[in-house]
Design a protein around this ligand. Sequence first.
Ligand code: BTN
Length: 249
Amino acid sequence: MGRRIRYLASVVSTNAAAKELADAGEPDGTVVLADEQTGGRGRSGRDWFSPSGLGVWASIIVRPGLDAKRLAGLGIATAVALADAMGRDFGIDARVKWPNDILAGGRKLGGILVEAAQVAGDTIESAVVGIGVNVGIEPDAFPEELRATATSLATVAGRPIDRLLVLETVLSAFKGAYGRYAAEGAESARERWRDLSTTLGRVIEIEDAGRVVAGTVIDLSSEGALVLEGADGRAVEVWHGNVVAIRPK
Ligand code: BTN
């Protein structure tokens, strides 16, 4: 993992570049890293603000041979490991908002976009785990629409942070998470997820393709779904979507 790093000063999206490399046979564990992305991608078709030299914008090629359904859990396991490691290495209180957002002080510090690259039937032959961490972006430097919800490591820590140290944290956290996930699935991240989750025990609404599901978050399933208890008391598993509202119970 990370023994092969393909560095680009500027690229449209490290995820797009990594997918092309995966298609061309690039080995498991290759990291595609850029100083700047001109068309960085976020979840649900959103853009990811990726200014030059101010964040870690990286994508890791994996060849997990996993069932397609289990890719979502890999994103969650990665987010949990990353929040944990950033807390430990940089002395901040980082949390996970389902599925893959890394928050500090309620604002978004980083995100993860897992995309399948080569699929054979139900099996993912290769995938790309894209990780974005805002490192040195000043509050005023975010685009207007992100200013109220985004933050960076330097802002949260209250001191400049070396991007290379963040890259090391990201790669070693991912390496550990991927190994545990390959052996034990989402179960491997469940306990820490419960500690770090911003939604556990809260009443939330999740929107997915125009449908809204509401309920109290009671757990992460052993397969990586969010388990909600609906108003009728029944447990429902949710696999996709965006949390659009969070309230105390
Ligand atoms: C999200 O929270 O919406 C996911 C953001 C993922 C951003 C990273 S930055 C590196 C990689 N390349 C991309 O185009 N996106 C991911």
